[in-house]
Design a protein around this ligand. Structure first.
Ligand SMILES: [Zn+2]
Length: 104
């Protein structure tokens, strides 16, 4: 999974930023990290906003990646149901957001 990391203080970001919020450095580099992590929490969206109606119901998840970065994404609809601290793996990215699946 591609993340962005400050060249000066190593702060990590899930999305591209133009300046590091921690040290104001302007140099951020793309870094490839492992796609796996731990499910921290989730919520099921049953009344989806426009643009996501066809996906409803779906789970929005918060995942702590192995690299330590906390990211938000969605759970794949073919995944087994979420459970606390389950191991998950990113299987795709849609419109910049990671799609995770619970590992068995
Ligand atoms: Zn920094």
């Amino acid at each position: 999974m591609l993340i962005y990391q400050c060249a000066k203080c190593q702060q990590q970001y899930a999305k591209v930023v133009s300046v590091c919020a921690k040290c104001l450095c302007l140099k951020l580099k793309e870094t490839e990290v492992a796609d796996e992590g731990k499910l921290v929490t989730w919520t099921t969206i049953r009344r989806a906003p426009a643009g996501f109606l066809v996906n409803a119901p779906y789970d929005v998840v918060v995942v702590d990646l192995i690299c330590g970065l906390r990211v938000t994404g969605r759970l794949d609809q073919e995944s087994i149901p979420p459970r606390m601290y389950a191991r998950v793996k990113r299987i795709a990215t849609e419109e910049g957001s990671p799609i995770f699946s619970v590992m068995t």
